[in-house]
Design a binder for this molecule. Structure first.
Ligand code: UGA
Length: 461
């Protein structure tokens, strides 16, 4: 493997696979993307991203037009490349444990594809996998199907990914660290060589570990961030009981302590997405399987699930029984700048609103097609925020889209039957919604704001 002609391939073109492939291609690497989903491949092949991600469309187009990124439905094509990244999904099984089905079949097929290769090949597990998976699941399958031994003509590493949806390209181009969990010295040095070529001259700090430690780092990272969110939501729910306490000021103040840090302390409706819920569940299941009940993580998960009920309670505080009331839900995506509704808090909230007999109208700038598949006709979908809130008794702001910031107190007063807003993302300053009954997560006020009243929800700079 010589640096000048390194070629890379990705098995699985989901968020991680596609964004990373595009980053490599844009930095001049000949890159191959393989997926079983023909519709997805057809889009990627013409330079169209199959999901919304800022900057992805433009960089993908450049990568395809330049010929640096090619796609294929034929997994054996990866044998042509020096480094094969496994980037398939690792969904939850029914009991919460990690489902390794796709990783197993990728390992099997990559192994078979490499059977006749004479040159050194490096296989890198980038999918999030439970500690021990690379050594005890991937390696035996690779070896059995390739007829090779790891360490002899075949390298194997675990190399977890830390990119976030919404800033996936930026995170891939400028990661804060590289975690290289190598089976042997040769594998580690090949992967470092690849990343050197990708990132030079600004090479991120690289941590070399065992594969098991690398796998654990990924879970520890996501579980810690999820813990921060459930922690601040707990504080928000306590603050809600005490007039005069505001969780945002509490978070800003505690965040100034470098031991705590300011990030991931935004109270809200609970975390969602394709990673935190699944990874916390998998870590709990894995730990229990090994005889240790991780009470803290179980509480993190439970707190998160109960947060949707807290949001609905706030709407009941404002308008009483929800039976036959019209409730507008602004935002369906699990966070802004994505069309992803996987495990979104909005879905949990909508199910609860429906159970309580409310009529729900929802709007999201990007996530309606995905939400429609999950919610069907249980919900009416609006084409813009104003028509979503029209004639509603209560509006719940579920996603922090910038577009919702443009709604004024006047808009809510004019459009709604009764101007009641549950600000589950703390999007508005209190004084911005003049004339509106607002209940924000983590501060216990509901009276309408009159002009001249100062905000009590902001940190004074
Ligand atoms: C997360 C991690 O942040 C990435 O580092 C990781 O690589 C990724 O999972 C993964 O494992 O693939 P992501 O799921 O894209 O990234 O989203 P985050 O930005 O982490 O947000 C997760 C959820 O927490 C969202 O619902 C968000 O609204 C919520 N959140 C986040 C809060 O409620 N409060 C906060 O202060 C921060």
């Amino acid at each position: 493997m010589t640096e000048s002609r390194l070629t890379v391939s990705f098995v699985g073109l989901g968020y991680v696979g596609l964004c990373t492939a595009v980053a490599f291609a844009n930095r001049g690497f000949d890159t191959l993307g393989v997926d079983v989903d023909r519709e997805r491949l057809a889009l990627v092949e013409v330079g169209r991203a199959p999901f919304h991600e800022p900057r992805l469309d433009r960089l993908l187009k450049t990568a395809i037009v330049s010929g640096r990124l090619r796609v294929s439905e034929e997994l054996p094509d990866v044998a042509e490349t020096d480094v094969v990244f496994i980037t398939v999904g690792t969904p939850s099984s029914l009991d919460g444990s990690m489902d390794t089905r796709y990783v197993e079949s990728a390992a099997r097929e990559v192994g078979a594809a490499l059977r006749d290769e004479r040159d050194f090949r490096l296989v890198v597990v980038k999918s999030t996998v439970i500690p021990g998976t690379t050594r005890s699941v991937v390696m035996p399958l690779l070896e059995a199907n390739s007829g090779k031994r790891v360490g002899v003509g075949l390298g194997l590493c675990t190399n977890p990914e830390f990119l976030k949806e919404g800033s996936a390209i930026e995170d891939t181009l400028h990661p804060d660290k590289l975690v290289i969990g190598a089976m042997d010295e040769g594998s580690a040095s090949h992967l470092k060589q690849l990343y050197h070529a990708l990132y030079a001259p600004e090479i991120p700090p690289a941590l070399e570990t065992t594969p098991e430690t690398a796998e654990m780092i990924k879970y520890a990272s996501n579980a810690f961030l999820a813990t921060k969110v459930s922690y601040i939501n707990t504080i928000a729910n306590i603050a809600q009981q005490i007039p005069g306490v505001d969780v945002e000021q509490v978070a800003a103040a505690i965040g100034l302590d470098p031991r705590i840090g300011p990030l991931f302390l935004k109270a809200g409706p609970g975390y969602g997405g394709s990673c935190f819920p699944k990874d916390v569940r998998a870590l709990i299941a894995f730990s229990r399987e090994h005889g240790y009940d991780p009470g803290l993580l179980a509480a993190v998960e439970k707190t998160n699930e109960r947060q949707a009920a807290k949001v609905v309670e706030l709407s009941e505080k404002l308008i009483g029984s929800l039976e036959d009331k019209r409730v507008a839900v602004l935002g369906l995506a699990f966070k802004k700048d994505t069309d992803d509704i996987r495990e979104a808090a909005s879905i949990r909230v909508i199910h609860r609103l429906k159970e309580k007999g409310a009529h729900v109208t929802a709007y999201d700038p990007m996530a309606i097609p995905g939400a429609r598949q999950v919610l069907g006709d249980a919900v009416e979908f609006a084409t813009d925020p104003k028509s979503a809130i029209r004639e509603a008794d209560c509006c719940i702001v579920m996603t922090e889209w910038d577009e919702f910031r443009h709604l004024t107190g006047k808009d809510y007063v004019e459009q709604m039957r009764r101007p009641n807003v549950v600000d589950a993302r703390r999007l508005y300053r209190r004084e911005e919604l003049e004339g509106v009954n607002v209940l924000a997560i983590g501060s216990g006020h509901s009276r309408p704001i009159q002009s001249g009243l100062s905000s009590d929800s902001r940190v004074v700079p």
